[in-house]
Design a binder for this molecule. Structure first.
Ligand code: NAP
Length: 514
């Protein structure tokens, strides 16, 4: 059995103690194992602080960009191998695996380009000089400078490549060494990335802990930062554990999609709306933090929308993602399956069935899977009679192929209030060509969302959909979504840098930032 080691303090270490198995979630076969502990994490932090910080401090943004570009190239070179690992360990279809792995490479490339653009500097100017004395000679200037600590990255199980690389790209360009910890259940892809990346990076710049966190957070000091993606209960624990460190949280999100009253279901925009809902229910078996969980539809179009979604969902084959015809694989683990089934049961108590019952896989069961094996749940569509008062809809994220429809009158302010009912989301979407409706919606919904996706006939043919996180736009959301912010081009560096106000001779300040 393959034992996955961790890359810590400049070398690979297997750890010790009990082992934890990484499974193929379609067959439940063991694909690899990790030791649950036995790593010297104090040494890893010391190594990052000394070697990693020193290595990065002597590199300009452009030189760091070259390192990040090399990582993107390494992913391209190993793309097929990484896809195979994601299919075997994450339950991904080939298309799901590409979404994760290509997303990682695209994000690294974006930040490599940003590094090149920021050039041969180590300080970033923030805004224009400000006169603070009697004449402009006595000036103020805000700058960004790399923080001198360790960036601890803790990632969720659903995007082992993209999650690892988006955090890594921002840290490296900003100049902070990283200790990265992927979720254990799907760590095989991240482990392989560490193998590919470590020879390309200066020592101490990237370390990766494979397996449970153990005492990881005990070593975090006020100079360090922790970037976390995962569930809200883990996030809550983290807040208490590292109260002194800068913490970014990307957690649960009850993302919504709203069909505007002006849109015909059979129109191009109507088709975009249906496609986006179905894609988010089925891609990665609904295990996307950005997936549409709540769908608001004008009352007079709800039956037509339900029919359109049912028809599309019925065409999806469920089973072992190694089979080409399969379009929905299993969820990632037995625990995930249990959580999704519990979420469906909670929804079922307060909503009507539209499609998929309680997530039973239709027909003969999952394709290409030994009988009784695998963590499968079929797509489930429910209908709530009242969008605002259905507590399970607005309070619990079901992290699987599950979504719920609800009717409304078409009022934009009500639609925005429905977004707010989720108490903060990563992304929500609205589909309308009525600019007044969109104006009211955006003004009232934006405070509750990290990103708003506005579907309309002018962009329908070139839309990436609301579920795709782009490196150029911020990712994160208020409230329930954790209150964090990642990516967004240059904004993504700020978490890893200190903003300092400088005061002095204007020409000195200018020479510092170049
Ligand atoms: P999770 O159970 O909260 O785990 C997330 C990460 O935290 C894993 O790496 C986990 O490690 C680690 N962890 C658990 N206990 C820890 C501790 N005591 N100290 C340090 N680290 C600890 O979440 P998940 O099941 O992987 O992911 C599903 C959730 O993530 C969903 O709720 C989803 O909404 C959310 N998510 C959010 C985003 C976003 O961008 N907002 C993106 C993806 C997913 P182990 O695996 O070793 O336990």
């Amino acid at each position: 059995m393959q034992l996955l080691g961790s890359f810590l303090a400049g070398g690979w270490s297997n750890g010790s103690g009990a082992t934890q198995a990484l499974l193929n979630p379609a067959t439940e076969a063991v694909v690899a194992e990790v030791h649950a502990g036995g790593h010297d994490l104090a040494q890893a932090f010391a190594f990052a602080r000394e070697a990693g910080t020193a290595e990065l401090a002597q590199l300009t943004f452009a030189q760091r960009g070259e390192l990040v570009a090399a990582l993107a190239k390494a992913i391209h070179g190993a793309r097929e191998e990484l896809i195979a690992l994601a299919i075997a360990n994450c339950g991904n279809t080939r298309s799901d695996a590409k979404f994760d792995i290509d997303g990682a490479a695209v994000t690294l490339s974006h930040y490599a380009d940003l590094g090149a653009k920021l050039g041969a500097h180590t300080l970033l100017g923030d805004g224009e000089p400000i006169q603070v004395g009697r004449t402009a000679r006595m000036s103020g200037q805000h700058i960004w400078v790399s923080r001198r600590g360790v960036a601890v990255h803790i990632n969720a199980f659903n995007f082992p490549a993209w999650g690892t690389c988006e955090k890594l790209a921002c840290s490296l360009i900003a100049g902070m060494p990283v200790i990265s910890k992927p979720a254990t259940a799907t760590a095989h892809v991240a482990w392989r990335l560490a193998q590919l990346f470590e020879p390309l990076l200066p020592k101490g710049v990237l370390q990766m802990l494979i397996g449970p966190a153990g005492s990881l957070l005990d070593h975090v000091t006020p100079a360090d930062v922790v970037a976390f993606t995962g569930g809200s209960s883990t996030a809550q624990m983290l807040r208490g554990k590292v109260p002194h460190a800068r913490l970014n949280i990307e957690a649960d999100s009850l993302n919504a999609a709203v069909l505007g009253p002006d849109v015909e279901v059979t129109s191009e925009v109507g088709n975009l709306f249906l496609s986006d809902v179905v894609r988010d229910m089925t891609q990665k078996s609904g295990q996307k933090c950005t997936a549409i969980r709540r769908v608001l539809v004008p009352e007079d179009k709800l039956a037509e929308v339900a029919e359109g979604l049912k028809e599309r969902l019925a065409s999806f084959k469920i089973g072992n993602p190694e089979l080409e015809e399969v379009r929905i694989g299993p969820v990632a683990s037995a625990q995930q399956l249990e959580d999704v089934k519990a979420g469906i049961a909670r929804l079922a108590a307060a909503t009507e069935e539209v499609y998929g019952g309680r997530g039973e896989v239709p027909g003969p069961g999952p394709l290409g899977v030994p009988e009784g094996k695998g963590f499968f749940v079929g797509p489930v569509l429910r209908r709530a009679s009242n969008a605002m008062t259905c507590a399970p809809l607005n309070e619990h994220e079901v992290f699987g192929p599950v979504s719920t429809l609800a009717p409304y009158s078409g009022d934009a302010a009500y639609a925005a209030a429905f977004i707010a009912k989720g108490e903060g989301c990563l992304v929500s979407s609205a589909y309308s060509d009525d600019r007044d409706w969109v104006q009211t919606f955006v003004t009232n919904a934006a405070p509750w969302a990290g990103r708003l996706f506005l579907g309309s006939s002018k962009m329908a043919a070139m839309s990436p959909g609301p579920g795709t996180v782009l490196p150029s736009l911020v990712h994160g959301g208020p409230g329930r979504a954790g209150g964090g912010e990642e990516l967004g081009g240059q904004r993504g560096l700020q978490f890893y840098m200190q903003r300092t106000a400088l005061e002095g001779d204007a020409s000195v300040l200018k020479s510092l930032i170049g």
